[in-house]
Write a protein that binds this ligand. Sequence first.
Ligand code: AMP
Length: 394
Amino acid sequence: MMTLDDYNFENKQALIRVDFNVPLNENFEVTDTTRIEAAKPTITKVLEDGGSVVLMSHLGRPEGKEEKFSLKHIVAKVSEIIGVQVKFAEDCVDDEAQKASDELANGEILLLENLRFHPEEKKGDENFAEKLVQHGDCYINDAFGTAHRAHASTTVVAKYFNEKCFGYLLAKEIESLQEVLDSDDKVTAILGGAKVSSKITVIENILDKVDHLIIGGGMTFTFIKAQGGKVGNSLVEEDKLDLALEILEKAKAKNVQVHLPKDAIIADAFANDANTKITAINEIPEGWMGLDVGPETLIDFDKVVLNSAKILWNGPLGVFEMENFAKGTISLGNSIAQATKNGAFSLVGGGDSVAAVKQFGFEDKVSYVSTGGGAMLEMLEGKTLPGIAAIKNA
Ligand code: AMP
């Protein structure tokens, strides 16, 4: 597979699909620049080789052309971060846009207006894709966040180019996941979050790849109840009790050690100021619910994590949005940070654990934090992402 470093972009115009779906405040200022910064190395590589760049992205979920979702709002920020004054085309496929990209000189960047102002983008429309293709000599996909979507800009355009590859960001996402899941070392996966139902396919897929599976968060209680424990008013998916037992059986058959919490911090209401107690995980009284893991559990989990060479973390151990139930998630973050310091490789990805890692300052203390929630989850489920396949299988 060709990588970005196999190409020299001198006198070439690269059409790059980036993920500039960034949060804006009410004054249309970018409040989190992570995604723009993440795309910088790829853009810089093309410019430094002596090429030009046409950037395309979506922003939000517009219904037609909605001003508030215009990418014009981010032009100044992108220019500042990349260090080049970025030009802007007020549509992604009209004559003006084509003229602007035709006139682009080496060293210059053109940002196209929000792809999703055209419904054809999400439909993967061929005619629309053919127009986008006119903007470049080669295609780079660096948008991991949308790699699980078969949209015109993420998938369909790829087949029109002989020269195409992943950008640095997307390549790093793929490598990081391979580092954990295709490893012969001791691998531990930590799965938390709210529900078993949203993680079943992930659990089933990773049972073949890991040695230890730590389960935390709300989904714990479906497993505990299935084993005959008392879980009080904790979150339980009654229709998944059999499935929980099946998963435990499968894990046993595959020699995967499953670590469930031993104790919980329980509360008499789903509120930060609720009364709390610590109990055994399978002895939660009626009227109480488990909202975080307890101290015994954390000692257990810490040992497993510190003994692992590769660690994958998806989902918080408790209701971390409430300060009184964030301890478990913070403590696990500390254990993973320590393991990483000792030489382990740690990958955090898929939804809320990324928010937790950022909120509690672990971002620089783990090996890699994935930038794509849904895309990472689908990769963990063992799915082939269309955006990745379009480049790989060409
Ligand atoms: P997910 O999106 O599946 O990763 O779930 C994340 C959500 O799970 C967070 O909003 C947490 O507050 C929630 N969560 C974690 N532990 C629990 C719990 N014990 N009871 C209810 N919700 C929980």
